[in-house]
Design a protein around this ligand. Structure first.
Ligand code: EPZ
Length: 418
């Protein structure tokens, strides 16, 4: 177990190349079991969640080789069609193996997935969609047994769930006939998954819209570069904004961050959008912004809510947050309050009243983005802060401490008990 030790007060300054997207590489690895001749993925971040997905692929019988940030998967030797409870609970996106595994083998058993605790995270939409494609699913406590030859169908999602959309795209590729998904999620990571599947020969129409049409088709081979991680980009941008810093992000996609960049501009930052680049220069003190409502893409992303809140702790005025996607995503608030932040919460709402100073304190991360938010806040605090629960951050940020150091921040990783 490790802790992040942060000496606050420095302005973040410099340039950073954005890592590949965690939330893209995970569905891509699940998709790889459908490719007859395998795939090579480039720009894969080195994260514990990616390690967990690779372990599952190897357990299923796929051959996986890694070199730097590239991962080659050869699913030719896939022999198993079940995943243990322990493996399923390593993260939420283990559930993304369900659709492709069922499509490939005709029957499989998995367990309810784990993942960040952000409130109830059922998988009912995934299962409802698979059933609409002909899957027979029985549940014994947390075990899900699925079988059936999939056939194309119509699925109307009551909410544009990212994971359910991904699972259904992959299941539909292995189904006979055409599937239409209505109210599909439109996150850029879904566009990346579709691009990957198309490179392997899939026929999928409607990318970027909420209606997707997928023809069942055999997938061959693909070589693909994972899209840049808009949440890593958002996190470093909020760190720069909160510390009055200056940051140039390269290998970034400003068009995927429109809602986040608009808020940063409203807070007083100068933002320049280039081709694959974002430059941000922050004023000494940010100002509060109009209410931020989290929403499915292209709305303000729930994953950026905690880091943005951290950036605005010292802003002039009051900012209200309305978290509409997850029912319990203010778990970072008690940690931020320890630094002296003034935050009131009531259900889905949180109100941040900007203070003039934050003081270093001990905190414990309880989820990935909440932990990142604590770091963004600690960078602005006077004195030293220690953040426990670093393993949560390792799920989504490659070399977090080192990358912050490269931008002039005093951040180290310390073993617990040191
Ligand atoms: C993805 O999770 C991301 N994870 C999350 O990122 C992100 O917060 C979320 O999308 C929303 O953008 C990955 O891509 C691996 P959802 P996912 O299904 O797919 C409810 C991070 O920090 N719902 O769109 O699990 C659900 O409870 C992580 O990187 C159902 O009710 O999100 C939630 O309230 C955390 N039934 C809402 O929909 C279902 O069957 C959104 O969930 C599925 C979802």
């Amino acid at each position: 177990m490790e802790r992040l030790v942060i000496q606050g007060g420095a302005r973040l300054k410099g340039a950073l190349r954005v890592q590949g997207a965690k939330n893209s590489v995970l569905p891509l690895l699940a998709a790889s079991v459908l490719l007859e001749e395998g795939c090579v993925l480039h720009n894969c971040p080195r994260l514990s969640d990616v390690d967990a997905a690779v372990e599952i692929l190897e357990y299923l019988g796929c051959r996986v080789t890694r070199e730097g940030h590239s991962i080659r998967v050869d699913p030719g030797g896939l022999t198993r069609n079940h995943i243990s409870r322990e493996k399923m609970q390593t993260m939420r996106s283990t559930i993304l193996f369900l659709g492709p595994l069922l499509a490939r083998t005709g029957s499989c058993s998995v367990y309810e997935p784990g993942g960040c605790r952000l409130g109830a995270r059922p998988v009912d939409l995934h299962l409802m969609g698979l059933e609409a494609l002909g899957a027979e699913i029985t549940r014994e406590e947390d075990r899900l047994c699925c079988r059936g030859r999939l056939r194309g169908g119509r699925v109307v999602l009551p909410f544009p769930s990212v994971g359910a959309t991904e699972n259904l795209i992959l299941a539909a590729l292995g189904a006979a006939g055409t599937t239409t998904i209505y109210n599909a999620a439109r996150e850029p990571e879904i566009g990346d998954l579709i691009a990957f599947c198309r490179a392997a020969g899939a026929r999928i129409y409607g990318a970027g819209t909420s209606m997707l049409e997928i023809e069942g088709s055999a997938l061959r081979a693909a070589e693909h570069r994972v899209v840049p991680d808009r949440m890593e980009a958002a996190t470093f941008l909020t760190a720069a904004a909160g510390t009055g810093g200056e940051l140039l992000l390269t290998d970034a996609r400003p068009e995927h961050l429109t809602a986040v960049l608009q808020v940063l501009e409203a807070a007083g930052c100068r933002v320049e959008r280039g081709d694959g680049e974002i430059f941000l220069a922050a004023p000494r003190r940010l100002r509060a912004v109009p209410p931020i409502h989290t929403a499915p893409y292209p709305g303000f992303p729930t994953d950026a809510q905690a880091p943005m809140m951290a950036a605005l702790l010292r802003a002039d005025g009051v900012t209200v947050f309305d978290e509409t996607v997850f029912s319990d995503r203010y778990r970072h608030v008690p940690g931020l309050r320890r630094l002296g932040a003034e935050i009131g919460t009531a259900g889905a709402l949180a109100a941040v009243t900007g203070v003039t100073r934050l003081r270093g304190a001990d905190m414990e991360a309880t989820d990935l983005r909440g932990g990142a938010a604590m770091a963004v806040a600690a960078l602005q605090a006077e004195g030293e802060s220690r953040i426990a629960g670093v393993h949560h951050m390792m799920r989504g940020y490659e070399n977090f401490a080192q990358r912050l150091r490269s931008l002039g921040c005093a951040v180290t990783l310390e073993a617990d008990g040191a």
